[in-house]
Design a protein around this ligand. Structure first.
Ligand code: FAD
Length: 288
């Protein structure tokens, strides 16, 4: 289908984009890579009166390191993340996750900011951001604010960002040396969204878990942080028994929707299995 008509704006600065959002009102939409928004417009689930293209704002691009954090511009594409030496060196979990998003065509255009702002629990960045303890910089008419990822995803396609705010930057603390990682994703075929997936960062000390961060994709209205499983694991070794219990705890808050990928029981079971495998892989990569 062809989208309904819309006006097109291409501001050159964040300030101008914020002004446009304010003057055009809630019927205007920000356009990043377009790989979620345009399909919705073609299906006429979204009929914005205007698109504000963020693609010509240089400040929204780029990957750097500052004060122990990796800082990523919201308009950085998945392809650029995958090809960043800094990300490969400092955030291998992100590389492993991004490499499993869609296919190369989507990754050339799709942006980290768009993937986060869409608020779709099937997207991979939201759970990766929870596991990585990321923060998001939002710019609006009243200036800038920084919000934690674990407060940002409030419901299905719903985030903490106000209608007149733009996500400008993602900030991720660099994990301690020796931290193990894994993004383990079950999908029906290459290019598919997750049936279920688990993102894990794991620090071991003296054979037991010193610190663990784990989050799940597509098994609830938002990405899920597995706090009970995390608390359970600290101070314990990773073995068959603890893996089994951590996987069980991880599935406690799963409430997946039913779709062609399976029913709720199947998806919940797969979330547990992805959690178990991700923990096991992260342990094999952790240096105590
Ligand atoms: P857009 O589609 O342009 O925007 C998405 C939404 O976010 C819009 O509402 C827009 O207004 C808003 N927005 C965008 N940027 C900002 C910003 N900076 N500030 C505030 N609001 C903003 N994703 C996955 O994670 N995993 C997958 O496996 C996967 N598979 C896919 C397969 C296919 C075939 C396709 C077409 C898409 C797939 N996607 C997948 C989604 C893809 O990653 C999208 O690119 C992503 O969800 C949205 O990013 P975008 O840059 O294209 O944003």
């Amino acid at each position: 289908m062809i989208p309904a008509g819309f006006d097109y704006h291409a501001p050159r600065s964040v300030a101008d984009a914020v002004k446009l959002l304010g003057s055009l009102g809630p019927d205007a939409k920000l356009l990043a890579g377009g790989h979620s928004l345009l399909p919705m417009m073609k299906l006429r689930f979204a009929t914005p009166s205007a698109l504000i293209d963020l693609g010509k704002i240089p400040d929204l691009k780029g990957i750097g390191e500052s004060g122990g954090e990796i800082r990523i511009g919201a308009m950085t594409t998945e392809h650029e993340l995958l090809n960043s030496k800094l990300i490969a060196d400092k955030l291998p979990l992100l590389i492993e996750g991004v490499g499993q998003i869609a296919d190369p065509q989507v990754r050339y255009r799709g942006t980290i900011g768009g993937d986060i702002c869409h608020g779709d629990p099937a997207n991979d960045h939201p759970a990766l951001m929870l596991a990585l303890d990321a923060s998001f910089v939002l710019s609006g008419p009243k200036g800038e604010r920084v919000v934690k990822a674990d407060a940002y995803f409030v419901g299905l396609y719903e985030t903490l960002a106000a209608a007149d705010e733009i996500l400008t930057q993602i900030r991720i603390p660099v994990p301690a040396a020796g931290t193990g990682w894994s993004y383990t994703k079950l999908k029906r075929k290459t290019g598919d969204f997750a049936t279920a997936a688990a993102a894990v960062l794991l620090q071991m000390k003296g054979g037991t878990v010193a610190r663990v961060s784990m989050a799940l994709t597509n098994v609830g209205p938002t990405p899920l942080k597995c706090r009970n499983a995390e608390s359970y694991l600290v101070g314990k070794p990773i073995d068959d028994g603890t893996l089994k219990e951590a996987a069980r705890l991880a599935t406690e808050s799963c409430t997946p929707g039913v779709c062609l990928r399976g029913d709720a029981d199947y998806k919940t079971a797969m979330a547990g299995e992805m959690a178990r495998r991700a923990l096991q892989t992260a342990q094999s990569r952790a240096k105590a």
